[in-house]
Write a protein of this length. Structure first.
Length: 228
């Protein structure tokens, strides 16, 4: 167990579970990974469904590292040994944090990272926002009400924000990044903060790999803010 957090009304308690492991080959470290995943306490059936989801998520990442990634790291170690070249252990990490915890709404920001030896890091960032009592994910309509799907107007707002940030030199985006915003808008994988709804785009979809996961924050309309 890593840490606990709870909402202002004390209805949702979150305990972060921790797992670390160093995998070796003939005594030499090959892959080091760390896993952190949330566990909700005293939240009824809804919380149990959410906990089951995160246990499955942690298991999926664990198996990826223990099988596919570990064996690839072992192959690179063998190749470097044969060439008398130094080997750097591969690393993996999955971690998260609570971004909003109130009135039965729990939102989390999760980040995954893999570094293969001395290569460049591969990163993924996404959000999960839950109605704890129901054990069901929130939708964009919960925060951006109105007729029709909110995707189009949100993509337009993100594009406007991106143009401003790009002009100010705040971020580097691809030439056709606005097309990517419409295509890769994370309409289900968002998190909510006190400042608004956060959208993290997949690496290499609208910006160079060095930019990681470009993040855009959109304020929630006043009416939806009062309801959430």
């Amino acid at each position: 167990m890593l840490k606990k957090s709870s909402g202002a009304d004390g209805t949702t308690e979150v305990a972060w579970q921790e797992e670390r492991r160093t995998m070796t080959l003939e005594g030499e470290p090959v892959l080091e990974y760390s896993l952190y995943w949330p566990e909700l306490r005293q939240t009824g059936w809804g919380g149990r469904w959410i906990n089951q989801y995160y246990r499955c998520l942690a298991r999926s990442w664990r198996l990826r590292w223990q099988r596919e990634i570990y064996w690839k790291a072992c192959l690179e170690l063998a190749e470097r040994r044969a060439a008398s070249r130094p080997f750097t252990p591969w690393t993996g990490r999955l971690a998260g944090e609570v971004t909003l915890n109130r009135d039965g709404i729990l939102s989390l920001r999760l980040e995954g990272e893999e570094v293969r030896g001395d290569g460049k890091p591969c990163r993924v960032q996404w959000g999960d926002t839950w109605k704890v009592r129901e054990g069901a994910p929130c939708t964009l309509r919960d925060f951006f009400p109105g007729k029709g799907r909110p995707n189009r107007r949100l993509a337009a707002e993100i594009s406007e924000q991106g143009r401003t940030r790009r002009a100010a030199g705040d971020c580097f985006l691809d030439q056709d990044w606005e097309r990517g915003v419409k295509r890769f808008l994370p309409e289900r994988e968002f998190c909510v903060t006190p400042e608004g709804v956060e959208f993290a785009f997949p690496q290499c979809t609208i910006a160079p790999a060095a930019e990681g996961n470009p993040v855009f924050l959109l304020p929630v309309p006043g009416e939806a803010r009062e309801q959430s």
